[in-house]
Ligand binder design. Sequence first.
Ligand code: NAD
Ligand code: MG
Length: 356
Amino acid sequence: MKKVALLGATGSIGAQALEIISAHPELELVAAASGSQPIDGLAPLTQVGGDLTELLERAGPDVVLNAVVGFAGLPATMWALEHGVDLALANKESLVAAGELALDAKRRGGGRILPVDSEHSAAFQCLEERPLETVDSLVLTASGGPFRGRSRADLGSVTPAEALAHPTWNMGPKITIDSATLMNKGLELIEAHFLFGLPYDRIEVTIHPTSIVHALVRFRDGAALAHLGYPDMRVPISFALTYPHRAATPIPALDLSQGLILEFFPPDEDAFPCLALARAAGEAGRTVPCILNAANEVAVAAFLDGRLPFLGIPEVVERTLNAIEGPAARDLEELTAVDEEARRVASAQTRALVHR
Ligand code: NAD
Ligand code: MG
């Protein structure tokens, strides 16, 4: 039996995780949490909002599936890592914001991170057990989102409803907007750097519209391993929760009988500046990725609220990055202070942009 704590149980990942857990008698849901929606009776222990580490202390899980959205998922990530409890990580924002601190906690706790983000689950499987010096580079694929192929000029007046219509994945609103701006791939670039220990110049992003190839690893001998499958998050969720057993899922095997054409294109960094902003933030290190993430959370919320145009998202992020230095953070308190400062600056920049 594996005791699972599911954080973010009412979300897109949460609902798919519940399906996987109920299909496997060896997975026991011991605790569940949501941000605001009621979840009475979903698990023996439940919590709505508040400090999720209290729930984790009481539950004593074998694995924490962190499917909270945003920086709010950070304490749970740190708790699992400090306690050496397996962390099935969907909440990429926590690793982006707290990369170094999270890796320190992981070293102290001695546990594992099992990525749930599909690209990282794929990369983890291509890389597994292979020495890093044999790796040439990692390629993360991106669908390109609903605005793939549009120029910057075409993006000025797009609405939240248009941005929420993702072509290949059905996800929560925040990550769907991140996919439309390509910030999602920027966050994933930083996530991959911390998960796999590869420098940024050995992590590449490619646009792959059908989301069949999730990631690809090139090795020094000229071989490349790729991970293919239909875009369905139940696959990486199941992989992480049943690791290392790779339990069966209801997702069909890849069908090649009708032919399969795989296309890859370079990303358009002019129309989608978030990707380059994230790469630069990752390379800068310290708390710069934390600032990038905080500013993006503020800007995405403002866009969804109709308070900021689509192209305002990268602009708010860039202005916030330029306004704050991004000092190193020695602990969670210092990091949280930087996150809060970045949110204040980003909110002010959002208002300034709209009233211009
Ligand atoms: P979602 O908006 O559908 O769900 C978010 C969940 O987090 C909800 O259950 C909500 O109640 C909970 N939550 C929010 N704030 C909270 C708080 N302060 N305390 C406790 N719970 C809180 O989001 P989602 O699409 O399921 O994404 C969740 C995470 O997984 C995100 O970090 C996202 O980037 C990542 N992810 C999602 C997908 C996907 O397909 N949906 C794919 C890869 C990665
Ligand atoms: Mg992903």
